[in-house]
Ligand binder design. Structure first.
Ligand code: NG6
Ligand code: CA
Length: 510
């Protein structure tokens, strides 16, 4: 009998009272595997050799894919980071909330502390939970955090026992890590001030002092200069706390190692958000120049190294038999996302978007179609999962796995897709909903994909990516036309009506 069969046979309810199951003498519950969710940033379906990339090689990720389950039709809820993370962690479509655009670095916590999160579900099942790396869902009260004091609420208030996070993105200030509510290495005599509207303090900006830059912006990104890179937003102070851009991957890997080592004898859940391969792309010297595709390719190698390190530490700690690794991305790829890192010039035939239209920010497939790999040694059969999966289903799938019951209004948009995640079923999700930068929505169902008409600009102003906004309704037959070349809305008005009504009715709930 496999571990999983045993697990799913337990009567629901026991777990609520007593945690999952009784502990073994070592304290480890063999039927409660650890779960590490590696959530990458802006990684495209065409960026990994296991998904067909030929110009870059990602052996560690490929190994997980080769020995685990590789999904070909997996989606994030949204084409940017903050809403995708919100949707995945809460099982609530981010567009139901008004506050899930791209969060600035001084945003308050965007997840209501009363909302059930994936981390809460693990906690209820007796797991120790941690979040390490990119967060991008705000911190502190609605008015925004004071980085000089204990910041509350923080992720500890929404299900994580431990946090070590990049508050927003690495191209946004403040350029510091926050650990359990406090800025790491902050000198109280050098307080941090952050403002997204006007300059604070006297640190140079990219706009005023471009001669100080080691990496120049191609779009925006011309506010405060930190480590030779101008960012979005202004900051001053906190000098001793500033991260080193080329060491971020190493820093978060070593924090993961501490967390995993400390929790080796009890079940743990780690939400590990990489900065790679978001901008600014600053590979460590070990990877600089190694891909032949410039910095964007080099940080793909750095990401692959990161995954290799996690696998290696699990082996070393003898946890590899008992740890599920889920690997995915928050949104699709972008080539030039605001810095002159020669990403376009050095592509060398590499195709981050694969055959798909659009990219990050877009309603077209390359916006939300993401890599997804689920690896569980000897428990998940190696193979390819073609069933349609959406990250919105993470919460209820996890709850089913851990035998945790939920209220009906918890994770209202999430469905239990556990059997698909484990490769036991090949059943498509009935429909998926996609959100672009402007909150325009599309719905995919039964081989059709319908886009809500929008008067907003069709092209993202900085990157030139097609957003999918158009005043005309769009309808694509995504199975025969995966690149969404032929809008067939005029030929199939009944399908347009049906999908538009379906999307309306889903949107009108609550
Ligand atoms: C955009 C930034 C981009 C990136 C993105 C958020 C400019 C010109 N572009 O506004 O560089 O930071 O926001 O990316 O400023 S995300 O993956 O975190 O959503
Ligand atoms: Ca992202």
């Amino acid at each position: 009998m496999s571990k999983y069969t045993f697990f799913s046979g337990i009567i629901a309810g026991t777990s609520i009272l007593y945690g999952c199951h009784s502990k073994t003498t070592s304290g480890k519950r063999p039927d409660s595997p650890n779960v590490i969710l590696i959530y990458t940033d802006d990684l495209g379906i065409g960026d990994l050799s296991c998904y067909g990339a030929t110009q870059v090689s990602t052996p560690h990720i490929d190994r997980l894919a080769g020995e685990g389950l590789r999904f070909t039709n997996a989606y994030s809820t949204s084409a940017t980071s903050t809403p995708s993370r919100y949707g995945m962690l809460t099982g609530i479509y981010p567009w139901r909330k008004d506050n899930t655009g791209i969060a600035p670095g001084n945003s308050g916590l965007l997840i209501d502390t009363a909302t059930v999160t994936v981390a809460d579900v693990f906690q209820r099942a007796g797991y120790t939970t941690g979040v390490i790396g990119k967060w991008h869902l705000g911190l502190g009260p609605e008015s925004g955090p004071d980085f000089n004091t204990y910041i509350a609420p923080n992720t500890n208030d929404i299900g994580f026992d431990y946090e070590f996070i990049i508050p927003a993105t690495v191209d946004r200030v403040p350029c510091v890590f926050v650990e359990n509510g406090r800025v790491v290495n902050l000198d109280p005599d050098d307080p941090i001030y952050v403002d997204y509207g006007k300059k604070v303090g006297d640190w140079p900006t990219g706009e005023e002092n471009p001669e100080l830059l080691t990496l120049k912006p191609s779009q925006g990104h011309n506010n405060t200069i930190v480590n030779g890179i101008s960012r979005i937003g202004y900051m001053t102070g906190g000098k001793s706390a500033l991260w080193k851009d080329d060491e971020i991957a190493q820093t978060i890997v070593s924090k993961a190692e501490e967390f995993i080592t400390e929790n080796r004898d009890n079940p743990f859940f780690l939400f590990f958000g990489t900065h790679d391969i978001h901008v600014p792309r600053v590979p460590h010297a070990d990877f600089k120049g190694k891909s032949g595709l410039g910095d964007r390719g080099d940080v793909i190698l750095q990401l692959d190294w990161t995954v290799g390190k996690i696998v290696e530490m699990l082996n070393r700690l003898q946890l590899s038999d008992n740890t599920i690794i889920i690997f995915s991305s928050d949104n699709g790829p972008v080539i030039d996302d605001g810095y002159h890192d020669k990403a376009f010039e050095l592509l060398n035939g590499h195709t981050p978007m694969g055959q798909y239209r659009g990219g990050k920010y877009s309603l077209y497939e390359a916006g939300t179609r993401v890599p997804l790999i689920v690896y569980w040694k000897d428990q998940i059969e190696a193979g390819i999962q073609h069933a349609r999966f959406s990250q919105i289903d993470m919460l209820r799938s996890v709850a089913a796995f851990l035998n945790q019951s939920l209220e009906d209004d918890d994770a209202p948009d999430s469905q239990n897709a556990l059997q698909v995640l484990l490769g036991k079923e090949q059943k498509d999700r009935d429909f998926t909903i996609h959100q672009n930068l402007d909150n325009t929505l599309s719905i995919s169902k039964g081989g059709w994909k319908y886009f809500t008409p929008s008067e907003l600009p069709g092209i993202e102003r900085w990157t030139g990516i097609e957003l999918g906004n158009s005043p005309e309704p769009q309808l694509y037959r995504t199975e025969e036309d995966p690149s969404e070349k032929n809008n067939v809305a005029r030929q199939y008005p009944a399908v347009v009506r049906e999908l538009s009504a379906m999307l309306d009715s889903i949107q009108s709930i609550n």
